[in-house]
Write a protein that binds this ligand. Structure first.
Ligand SMILES: [Zn+2]
Length: 101
């Protein structure tokens, strides 16, 4: 496969992924801070999500709102597919340069 064709196939596959993200969604319980909250006073708290990711060697987190959880879950799955595509592209590219079938 020629380099241009390889690149065209790769970019075509990337276009179909939609939004991408890297990291993992972690569930945790937080306190809302309202004195009258029964969930917090009972110790149950509120089920929440955060995105945990590594950037430049350090671990970071971002709060993910309840309406954003599903979209972020999909973006992370697409991000993993993108990493897979990059791996396969690199292997095919190397194979092509070596003139292997
Ligand atoms: Zn609360």
């Amino acid at each position: 496969m020629r380099e241009k064709e390889l690149l065209k196939n790769f970019l075509g596959a990337v276009k179909q992924l939609g939004p991408v993200a890297k990291g993992s969604l972690c569930q945790f319980r937080r306190k809302c801070g309202k004195a009258s909250c029964k969930k917090c006073s009972s110790g149950e708290g509120h089920l929440s999500y955060k995105l945990t990711f590594i950037q430049d060697g350090s671990t970071h987190t971002r709060f993910v709102g309840p309406t954003q959880v599903e979209a972020m879950r999909n973006a992370i799955a697409s991000g993993r597919k993108l990493e897979r595509l990059i791996l396969e592209f690199g292997l095919d590219y190397l194979k092509q340069m070596k003139n292997e079938p």
